[in-house]
Design a protein around this ligand. Structure first.
Ligand code: BV8
Ligand code: ZN
Length: 267
Protein backbone atom coordinates (compact mmCIF):
# COMPACT_ATOMS: atom_id res chain seq x y z
CA UNK A 1 0.00 0.00 0.00
CA UNK A 2 1.63 3.28 -1.13
CA UNK A 3 1.92 5.47 2.00
CA UNK A 4 1.94 9.25 1.60
CA UNK A 5 4.61 10.97 3.74
CA UNK A 6 2.82 11.66 6.98
CA UNK A 7 2.03 15.35 7.18
CA UNK A 8 3.71 17.20 10.11
CA UNK A 9 1.75 16.66 13.33
CA UNK A 10 -0.39 19.79 14.03
CA UNK A 11 0.72 21.70 17.16
CA UNK A 12 -2.88 21.84 18.38
CA UNK A 13 -2.95 18.04 18.44
CA UNK A 14 0.34 17.87 20.34
CA UNK A 15 -1.09 20.32 22.88
CA UNK A 16 -4.34 18.33 23.22
CA UNK A 17 -2.31 15.18 23.83
CA UNK A 18 -0.06 16.91 26.31
CA UNK A 19 -2.96 18.21 28.40
CA UNK A 20 -5.08 15.07 28.09
CA UNK A 21 -5.84 13.10 31.28
CA UNK A 22 -7.87 10.33 29.64
CA UNK A 23 -6.94 8.97 26.19
CA UNK A 24 -8.76 6.28 24.16
CA UNK A 25 -7.23 4.43 21.22
CA UNK A 26 -9.72 2.63 18.93
CA UNK A 27 -8.07 0.10 16.63
CA UNK A 28 -9.11 -2.04 13.68
CA UNK A 29 -7.45 -4.53 11.37
CA UNK A 30 -5.15 -1.86 9.91
CA UNK A 31 -3.41 -1.65 13.31
CA UNK A 32 -2.17 -5.23 12.88
CA UNK A 33 -1.52 -5.13 9.11
CA UNK A 34 2.19 -4.18 9.39
CA UNK A 35 2.67 -7.14 11.77
CA UNK A 36 1.56 -9.47 8.98
CA UNK A 37 -1.97 -10.13 10.29
CA UNK A 38 -4.23 -9.91 7.20
CA UNK A 39 -6.93 -7.23 7.50
CA UNK A 40 -10.45 -8.62 7.72
CA UNK A 41 -10.97 -8.23 4.02
CA UNK A 42 -7.50 -9.53 3.11
CA UNK A 43 -8.06 -12.73 5.13
CA UNK A 44 -10.11 -14.16 2.30
CA UNK A 45 -7.48 -16.05 0.28
CA UNK A 46 -7.06 -19.67 -0.87
CA UNK A 47 -9.93 -21.88 0.29
CA UNK A 48 -11.92 -18.80 1.39
CA UNK A 49 -11.35 -16.39 -1.51
CA UNK A 50 -14.83 -16.95 -2.91
CA UNK A 51 -16.40 -16.12 0.44
CA UNK A 52 -17.51 -12.81 1.87
CA UNK A 53 -16.08 -12.17 5.37
CA UNK A 54 -19.36 -10.98 6.76
CA UNK A 55 -20.94 -14.25 5.64
CA UNK A 56 -18.10 -16.48 6.87
CA UNK A 57 -17.92 -14.90 10.32
CA UNK A 58 -21.49 -15.90 11.26
CA UNK A 59 -23.18 -18.59 13.41
CA UNK A 60 -25.03 -19.72 10.26
CA UNK A 61 -21.78 -20.34 8.34
CA UNK A 62 -20.36 -22.35 11.27
CA UNK A 63 -23.55 -24.37 11.49
CA UNK A 64 -23.64 -24.94 7.72
CA UNK A 65 -19.95 -25.84 7.25
CA UNK A 66 -18.04 -26.05 10.58
CA UNK A 67 -14.81 -27.44 9.11
CA UNK A 68 -14.58 -24.62 6.56
CA UNK A 69 -15.05 -21.94 9.24
CA UNK A 70 -12.83 -23.65 11.86
CA UNK A 71 -10.11 -24.04 9.19
CA UNK A 72 -10.36 -20.28 8.50
CA UNK A 73 -9.92 -19.40 12.18
CA UNK A 74 -7.00 -21.81 12.65
CA UNK A 75 -5.29 -20.22 9.60
CA UNK A 76 -5.87 -16.73 11.06
CA UNK A 77 -4.68 -17.94 14.49
CA UNK A 78 -1.44 -19.20 12.84
CA UNK A 79 -0.95 -15.77 11.24
CA UNK A 80 -1.56 -14.08 14.56
CA UNK A 81 0.83 -16.31 16.50
CA UNK A 82 3.59 -15.80 13.88
CA UNK A 83 3.11 -12.02 14.00
CA UNK A 84 5.06 -9.65 16.26
CA UNK A 85 3.90 -6.27 17.62
CA UNK A 86 5.32 -3.35 15.59
CA UNK A 87 6.58 0.14 16.53
CA UNK A 88 2.99 1.41 16.65
CA UNK A 89 1.97 -1.21 19.21
CA UNK A 90 5.09 -0.45 21.26
CA UNK A 91 4.39 3.30 21.12
CA UNK A 92 0.92 2.65 22.63
CA UNK A 93 2.46 0.52 25.39
CA UNK A 94 4.86 3.39 26.10
CA UNK A 95 1.96 5.85 26.19
CA UNK A 96 0.12 3.65 28.74
CA UNK A 97 3.13 3.94 31.05
CA UNK A 98 3.18 7.76 30.70
CA UNK A 99 -0.46 8.82 30.27
CA UNK A 100 -2.76 9.39 33.24
CA UNK A 101 -5.22 6.91 31.74
CA UNK A 102 -5.10 5.05 28.40
CA UNK A 103 -7.88 2.70 27.27
CA UNK A 104 -7.29 0.64 24.13
CA UNK A 105 -10.61 -0.37 22.52
CA UNK A 106 -10.01 -2.86 19.72
CA UNK A 107 -12.10 -4.61 17.09
CA UNK A 108 -9.18 -6.99 16.55
CA UNK A 109 -9.28 -10.57 17.75
CA UNK A 110 -5.47 -10.82 17.97
CA UNK A 111 -3.38 -10.20 21.13
CA UNK A 112 -0.76 -7.85 19.67
CA UNK A 113 -1.69 -4.92 21.95
CA UNK A 114 -1.20 -7.10 25.03
CA UNK A 115 1.99 -8.64 23.67
CA UNK A 116 3.36 -5.10 23.23
CA UNK A 117 2.61 -4.37 26.89
CA UNK A 118 -0.79 -2.69 26.99
CA UNK A 119 -2.80 -3.90 29.99
CA UNK A 120 -6.06 -1.93 29.62
CA UNK A 121 -7.39 -3.44 26.36
CA UNK A 122 -11.11 -3.99 25.59
CA UNK A 123 -11.78 -6.58 22.83
CA UNK A 124 -15.19 -5.58 21.42
CA UNK A 125 -15.26 -8.53 19.03
CA UNK A 126 -13.62 -11.14 21.23
CA UNK A 127 -10.36 -13.05 20.87
CA UNK A 128 -9.19 -15.91 18.65
CA UNK A 129 -7.74 -17.77 21.62
CA UNK A 130 -10.84 -17.65 23.88
CA UNK A 131 -12.50 -20.75 22.39
CA UNK A 132 -15.62 -22.31 23.94
CA UNK A 133 -18.26 -24.95 23.35
CA UNK A 134 -21.01 -23.81 20.97
CA UNK A 135 -23.60 -25.75 23.03
CA UNK A 136 -22.71 -25.38 26.77
CA UNK A 137 -20.22 -22.48 26.44
CA UNK A 138 -17.60 -24.38 28.46
CA UNK A 139 -14.18 -22.80 27.78
CA UNK A 140 -11.90 -25.00 25.64
CA UNK A 141 -8.10 -24.90 25.99
CA UNK A 142 -6.35 -24.93 22.60
CA UNK A 143 -2.98 -26.70 22.22
CA UNK A 144 -0.09 -24.34 23.05
CA UNK A 145 1.82 -24.86 19.80
CA UNK A 146 1.35 -22.62 16.75
CA UNK A 147 -1.13 -24.09 14.25
CA UNK A 148 0.68 -25.42 11.16
CA UNK A 149 -1.73 -24.51 8.34
CA UNK A 150 -1.07 -24.65 4.57
CA UNK A 151 -0.90 -21.11 3.05
CA UNK A 152 -4.10 -21.73 1.05
CA UNK A 153 -5.89 -23.06 4.12
CA UNK A 154 -7.74 -26.34 4.66
CA UNK A 155 -10.91 -27.67 6.22
CA UNK A 156 -10.52 -28.83 9.81
CA UNK A 157 -13.23 -30.46 11.88
CA UNK A 158 -13.61 -28.35 15.08
CA UNK A 159 -12.62 -30.12 18.31
CA UNK A 160 -15.36 -31.40 20.61
CA UNK A 161 -16.31 -30.16 24.08
CA UNK A 162 -15.13 -32.51 26.89
CA UNK A 163 -18.32 -32.11 28.92
CA UNK A 164 -21.17 -32.18 26.36
CA UNK A 165 -19.54 -33.23 23.07
CA UNK A 166 -20.66 -30.02 21.35
CA UNK A 167 -18.47 -28.40 18.72
CA UNK A 168 -15.88 -25.85 19.86
CA UNK A 169 -16.15 -22.37 18.30
CA UNK A 170 -13.73 -19.39 18.22
CA UNK A 171 -14.27 -16.86 21.05
CA UNK A 172 -15.07 -14.07 18.60
CA UNK A 173 -18.30 -12.06 18.14
CA UNK A 174 -19.84 -13.12 14.84
CA UNK A 175 -22.06 -10.91 12.64
CA UNK A 176 -25.61 -11.05 13.98
CA UNK A 177 -24.33 -11.70 17.51
CA UNK A 178 -24.49 -9.01 20.18
CA UNK A 179 -21.30 -7.63 21.66
CA UNK A 180 -20.55 -8.68 25.28
CA UNK A 181 -22.01 -5.94 27.54
CA UNK A 182 -19.17 -6.31 30.12
CA UNK A 183 -16.88 -5.03 27.34
CA UNK A 184 -19.20 -2.70 25.40
CA UNK A 185 -20.34 -0.76 28.49
CA UNK A 186 -16.83 0.19 29.76
CA UNK A 187 -15.85 0.99 26.14
CA UNK A 188 -18.83 3.31 25.85
CA UNK A 189 -18.01 4.90 29.24
CA UNK A 190 -14.36 5.42 28.25
CA UNK A 191 -15.46 7.04 24.97
CA UNK A 192 -17.83 9.39 26.81
CA UNK A 193 -15.12 10.40 29.33
CA UNK A 194 -11.97 10.75 27.21
CA UNK A 195 -10.17 14.01 26.35
CA UNK A 196 -8.49 12.59 23.21
CA UNK A 197 -9.82 9.79 20.97
CA UNK A 198 -7.41 8.20 18.46
CA UNK A 199 -8.84 5.88 15.77
CA UNK A 200 -6.21 3.69 14.05
CA UNK A 201 -6.65 1.41 11.06
CA UNK A 202 -10.36 0.88 10.76
CA UNK A 203 -12.76 1.38 7.86
CA UNK A 204 -15.45 2.30 10.40
CA UNK A 205 -18.12 0.16 8.71
CA UNK A 206 -19.02 -2.31 11.47
CA UNK A 207 -21.62 -1.46 14.13
CA UNK A 208 -22.07 -0.85 17.00
CA UNK A 209 -18.24 -0.39 17.22
CA UNK A 210 -18.31 2.39 14.60
CA UNK A 211 -20.61 4.45 16.85
CA UNK A 212 -17.99 4.82 19.60
CA UNK A 213 -15.98 7.65 17.95
CA UNK A 214 -19.22 9.61 17.71
CA UNK A 215 -19.84 9.06 21.44
CA UNK A 216 -16.40 10.61 22.10
CA UNK A 217 -17.12 13.48 19.68
CA UNK A 218 -20.44 14.24 21.38
CA UNK A 219 -18.58 14.32 24.74
CA UNK A 220 -16.23 17.01 23.36
CA UNK A 221 -13.09 14.91 22.93
CA UNK A 222 -10.42 15.83 20.36
CA UNK A 223 -10.78 13.22 17.58
CA UNK A 224 -7.76 11.90 15.65
CA UNK A 225 -7.83 9.43 12.72
CA UNK A 226 -4.76 7.48 11.54
CA UNK A 227 -5.26 5.68 8.23
CA UNK A 228 -3.36 5.67 4.93
CA UNK A 229 -6.70 5.89 3.12
CA UNK A 230 -9.81 8.09 3.59
CA UNK A 231 -12.72 6.53 5.53
CA UNK A 232 -16.46 7.38 5.64
CA UNK A 233 -16.09 8.98 9.11
CA UNK A 234 -13.17 11.36 8.32
CA UNK A 235 -15.46 14.40 8.46
CA UNK A 236 -16.07 13.75 12.17
CA UNK A 237 -12.35 14.03 13.02
CA UNK A 238 -10.44 17.13 14.18
CA UNK A 239 -7.16 15.69 12.86
CA UNK A 240 -6.67 13.10 10.08
CA UNK A 241 -3.10 11.74 9.83
CA UNK A 242 -2.71 10.04 6.45
CA UNK A 243 -0.18 7.29 7.17
CA UNK A 244 0.25 3.89 8.75
CA UNK A 245 -0.02 2.78 12.38
CA UNK A 246 3.68 1.83 12.62
CA UNK A 247 4.67 5.18 11.13
CA UNK A 248 2.28 7.69 12.72
CA UNK A 249 1.90 6.45 16.31
CA UNK A 250 5.63 6.56 17.24
CA UNK A 251 5.94 9.94 15.44
CA UNK A 252 2.90 11.38 17.24
CA UNK A 253 4.03 10.38 20.73
CA UNK A 254 7.68 11.26 20.08
CA UNK A 255 6.68 14.82 19.16
CA UNK A 256 4.29 14.98 22.15
CA UNK A 257 7.04 13.73 24.47
CA UNK A 258 9.69 16.06 22.99
CA UNK A 259 7.34 18.96 23.37
CA UNK A 260 6.62 17.88 26.96
CA UNK A 261 10.34 17.84 27.73
CA UNK A 262 10.49 21.47 26.58
CA UNK A 263 7.94 22.36 29.23
CA UNK A 264 8.93 22.15 32.90
CA UNK A 265 6.98 19.97 35.34
CA UNK A 266 5.80 17.12 32.96
CA UNK A 267 7.89 13.90 32.48
C1 BV8 B 1 -24.81 -6.80 16.33
C2 BV8 B 1 -14.93 -10.75 14.83
C3 BV8 B 1 -26.91 -6.97 17.52
C4 BV8 B 1 -15.03 -11.95 13.95
C5 BV8 B 1 -16.14 -8.96 13.70
C6 BV8 B 1 -26.19 -0.77 11.95
C7 BV8 B 1 -26.06 -0.44 10.65
C8 BV8 B 1 -25.71 -1.44 9.70
C9 BV8 B 1 -25.47 -2.78 10.08
C10 BV8 B 1 -25.60 -3.09 11.38
C11 BV8 B 1 -25.97 -2.11 12.31
N1 BV8 B 1 -26.01 -2.70 13.52
C12 BV8 B 1 -25.70 -4.03 13.37
C13 BV8 B 1 -25.44 -4.28 12.08
C14 BV8 B 1 -25.05 -5.54 11.53
C15 BV8 B 1 -23.52 -5.78 11.63
C16 BV8 B 1 -22.72 -4.75 10.85
O1 BV8 B 1 -22.19 -3.80 11.37
N2 BV8 B 1 -22.60 -5.01 9.54
C17 BV8 B 1 -21.78 -4.11 8.69
C18 BV8 B 1 -20.86 -4.93 7.85
C19 BV8 B 1 -22.64 -3.23 7.86
N3 BV8 B 1 -23.07 -5.75 13.02
C20 BV8 B 1 -23.19 -6.91 13.73
O2 BV8 B 1 -23.68 -7.94 13.29
C21 BV8 B 1 -22.70 -6.83 15.16
N4 BV8 B 1 -23.66 -7.43 16.05
O3 BV8 B 1 -25.09 -5.72 15.84
O4 BV8 B 1 -25.62 -7.52 17.20
C22 BV8 B 1 -27.72 -7.31 16.36
C23 BV8 B 1 -27.89 -8.63 16.10
C24 BV8 B 1 -28.71 -8.94 15.03
C25 BV8 B 1 -29.23 -7.97 14.16
C26 BV8 B 1 -29.00 -6.61 14.44
C27 BV8 B 1 -28.25 -6.28 15.56
C28 BV8 B 1 -21.42 -7.69 15.34
C29 BV8 B 1 -20.28 -7.09 14.57
C30 BV8 B 1 -18.97 -7.83 14.91
C31 BV8 B 1 -18.62 -8.85 13.85
N5 BV8 B 1 -17.30 -9.44 14.14
N6 BV8 B 1 -14.95 -9.54 14.03
C32 BV8 B 1 -13.78 -12.19 13.14
O5 BV8 B 1 -12.82 -11.41 13.24
O6 BV8 B 1 -13.79 -13.19 12.42
S1 BV8 B 1 -16.15 -7.54 12.74
C33 BV8 B 1 -14.58 -7.52 11.97
O7 BV8 B 1 -14.78 -6.76 10.80
C34 BV8 B 1 -13.49 -6.82 12.72
O8 BV8 B 1 -13.53 -7.09 14.10
C35 BV8 B 1 -13.75 -5.36 12.40
O9 BV8 B 1 -14.71 -4.82 13.25
C36 BV8 B 1 -14.35 -5.45 11.02
C37 BV8 B 1 -13.30 -5.17 9.98
O10 BV8 B 1 -13.19 -3.82 9.90
P1 BV8 B 1 -11.75 -3.11 10.11
O11 BV8 B 1 -11.12 -3.62 11.34
O12 BV8 B 1 -12.00 -1.70 9.96
O13 BV8 B 1 -10.87 -3.72 8.90
P2 BV8 B 1 -11.02 -3.43 7.34
O14 BV8 B 1 -10.28 -4.51 6.68
O15 BV8 B 1 -12.43 -3.16 6.99
O16 BV8 B 1 -10.26 -2.03 7.12
C38 BV8 B 1 -8.91 -1.89 7.47
C39 BV8 B 1 -8.65 -0.38 7.54
O17 BV8 B 1 -7.30 -0.19 7.94
C40 BV8 B 1 -8.83 0.32 6.19
O18 BV8 B 1 -9.48 1.56 6.39
C41 BV8 B 1 -7.39 0.53 5.71
O19 BV8 B 1 -7.26 1.69 4.93
C42 BV8 B 1 -6.65 0.66 7.02
N7 BV8 B 1 -5.24 0.24 7.00
C43 BV8 B 1 -4.69 -0.73 6.23
N8 BV8 B 1 -3.35 -0.83 6.52
C44 BV8 B 1 -3.09 0.07 7.52
C45 BV8 B 1 -4.30 0.75 7.83
N9 BV8 B 1 -4.37 1.70 8.79
C46 BV8 B 1 -3.21 2.00 9.47
N10 BV8 B 1 -2.03 1.38 9.23
C47 BV8 B 1 -1.93 0.43 8.26
N11 BV8 B 1 -0.76 -0.15 8.04
ZN1 ZN C 1 -20.17 -28.26 25.74
Amino acid sequence: MPVADAAPIPLGLIESLRSARRICVFSGAGMSAESGVPTFRDALTGLWERFDAERLATPEAFHRDPSLVWGWYEWRRMKMRLAQPHAGHRALAGLERRAAQLTVITQNVDDLHERAGNTNVLHLHGSLEATRCVRCAAPFALPADIPQEPEGGRRIEPPRCASCGGRVRPGVVWFGESLPMPILQPAHDAAAACDVWITVGTSGLVYPAAELPLVAARAGATLVQINPLPTPLDAHYDHVLSGTAAQCLPELFAQERDRASLQPGRS
